[in-house]
Design a binder for this molecule. Structure first.
Ligand SMILES: [Zn+2]
Length: 73
């Protein structure tokens, strides 16, 4: 694999689309729930992931030189 190919794994289905908190306790539940009690966000798991991926894609496109790397679980 070429050195200039970024490999990013993003735990989109475990990350709150409202506050960005990663919920390591998420298993294969159909509904995402935020681990941050202050946030309390609940969202359809797939829709939550879609929001995260759309946001992340926009971020990458706007910051080509500083690709954010987020470790996946
Ligand atoms: Zn949250």
């Amino acid at each position: 694999m070429p050195m200039d190919t970024p490999v990013v794994r993003y735990a989109s289905s475990k990350t709150c689309s409202a506050c960005g908190t990663k919920n390591e306790q998420m298993a294969r539940e159909p509904v995402f729930w935020c681990a941050d009690e202050q946030c309390g966000h609940r969202h359809d798991r797939d829709e939550n992931a879609a929001v995260n991926l759309a946001r992340w894609t926009a971020l990458v496109e706007n910051q080509e030189e500083t690709l954010p790397l987020v470790a996946a679980a």
